[in-house]
Design a protein around this ligand. Structure first.
Ligand code: MF3
Ligand code: CO
Ligand code: CO
Length: 251
């Protein structure tokens, strides 16, 4: 498993791809409304991505049939947008945008609340955001992959939430998915050592109930086994000597 270190010119292109993905996510997130079809979100992502000169990396990836993953409530990840699925007040919905721009990829997601949501739904959403940010905060040259998972589990365990183990973050760069696999559960001090110039995603899937998941017959949609709500937030980061640069954070 070789992990490529990005050169300055490539990091510059990662910044542009990350910014494009983040801007699309922000623009689409601002348009979410109860009553909208999840296929409408797919159309918005295609239009906005193209308007920024990018291509949706997920479209056709291993046969994925849409430009964006839209994952509502008990859907953990990889939800397929549909003409027959509508957003309803009280939903929490993750929108996961990946953009290829100038040969590099930016991958980012957020979970949005539609109208007023239950205290439990709000809690899992906020815990997922904090878990993602805790993972990002320990990244620096010399840190270990296990440090990331440990930081995420610490936040979630304290709040009584679960962390999904079957899916994780990943290396990213010239392709959307590269080595290494970035587990969201880990032991501090263990695992691969991060080096300046590596690019990875951190994207914990957090459950209100038990962390077990199940894959639906469509081959993509991942749901919680117990049907409990789940939330996810994702950033793409480039490791630096002193920390990391979050390419998908808008300032
Ligand atoms: N953007 C997703 C991730 O965070 C990729 C999903 S693969 C797809 O890694 F094919 F479902 F789009
Ligand atoms: Co990702
Ligand atoms: Co993603």
């Amino acid at each position: 498993m070789t992990i490529e270190l990005l050169r300055a010119s490539e990091i510059e292109r990662m910044r542009a791809a990350g910014r494009a993905a983040a801007e699309t996510l922000r623009a689409v997130g601002a348009q979410l409304r109860a009553g909208m079809r999840t296929a409408d979100i797919d159309r918005l992502v295609r239009e906005d991505t193209a308007a920024r000169g990018g291509r949706p990396s997920q479209l056709g990836y291993k046969g994925f049939p849409a430009a964006v993953c839209v994952s509502r409530n008990a859907v953990v990840c990889h939800g397929i947008p549909s003409e027959s699925e509508r957003l309803v007040a009280g939903d929490i919905v993750n929108v996961d945008v990946t953009t290829e721009l100038d040969g590099m990829h930016g991958d980012t997601s957020e979970t949005f609340a539609i109208g007023a949501v239950s205290p439990d739904a709000w809690r899992v959403l906020e815990v997922a955001r904090r878990a993602r940010d805790a993972g990002v905060s320990v990244v620096r040259d010399g840190a270990r992959l296990g440090d990331i998972g440990a930081a995420i589990v610490e936040v979630c365990a304290r709040e009584g939430c679960g962390v999904v183990e079957e899916y994780g973050g990943h290396g990213i760069g010239r392709r959307m998915h590269l080595a290494p696999h970035v587990s969201h559960v880990g032991v501090r001090g263990q695992g691969l050592r991060l080096r300046a110039g590596m690019a990875i995603t951190i994207e914990p899937m957090v459950t209100l109930g038990r962390p077990g998941v199940r894959l639906l017959d469509d081959g993509w949609t991942v749901v919680t086994r117990d049907g409990s709500p789940t939330a996810q937030f994702e950033h793409t980061v480039v490791v630096t000597k002193t920390g990391c640069e979050v390419t998908t954070r808008l300032v």
